[in-house]
Write a protein that binds this ligand. Sequence first.
Ligand code: NAD
Ligand code: ZN
Length: 254
Amino acid sequence: MAFADKDDVRRLADLLEAAESVVIFTGAGISTESGIPDFRSPGGLWTKYKPIDFSDFMASEEMRRESWRRKFAMDRTMTTAEPNRGHRAVARLVDTGKVSAVITQNIDGLHQASGIPDMQVIELHGNATYAKCLGCGLRHELDPIKEAFLVDEAMPVCTGCGSEFMKTATISFGQSMPEAEMARAQRETLACDLFIAIGSSLVVYPAAGFPVMAKQNGSGMVILNREPTDLDQYADLVINGEIGPTLGDAVAVN
Ligand code: NAD
Ligand code: ZN
């Protein structure tokens, strides 16, 4: 485990102090300390499962079945995970009014679980803690779907419209981005004076476009990751270190 340089942590604290309106942007890295694997780290999900593209999900019942299999195989980790020090530090910054919005690529709901109001969390890739009918948009809770699926892999059918196209409420590769969330994320990005990208490999677009958008608009930009990212050259400060200890120290949160 690599700890961030103490001077870097101090610089981050100073930047936060001087900023008036901060946007926090998070990726899977902020949740690894809660036990949820990310995609691209060694041993991450990427090495086990090739993501199911949206067009394959739509075209094949077997692919839809496979996506539920994966979902429920992973589900224990997701449903028992709790916010960690990094989430708590972000929640504190929101609470003090310094951070206007948290833009997240995560689908685990841990920012909300850390106490950040739903209104201030912008989920670019949706949420895996419930399902949605692709036909009529109706929300479905996962428990009954899981119970039936685990018996004989019974596929869920929408109780609202009868559609068989039920999916966790996440955005798959190849699926269009949620318009309202993209618009809000853009507004927030263009209104901030400090943008902090935390625990994202910054390679999944369009989400990864926001840090550059902030920078080009004149905002300060910080990247916090245990590894270098492709966008480090745009950042005013790059901190290579573990997220929980770094943010926890910068914000003085345990
Ligand atoms: P990613 O896996 O591509 O990148 C995670 C990054 O975080 C890596 O660069 C890694 O070096 C860094 N990292 C991991 N743990 C860290 C730690 N403790 N301290 C510092 N750095 C750490 O993730 P991404 O950029 O978010 O893109 C992957 C996509 O997969 C996202 O769109 C997201 O929707 C989805 N996803 C979400 C979750 C989740 O909700 N928790 C988990 C896996 C994947
Ligand atoms: Zn429906």
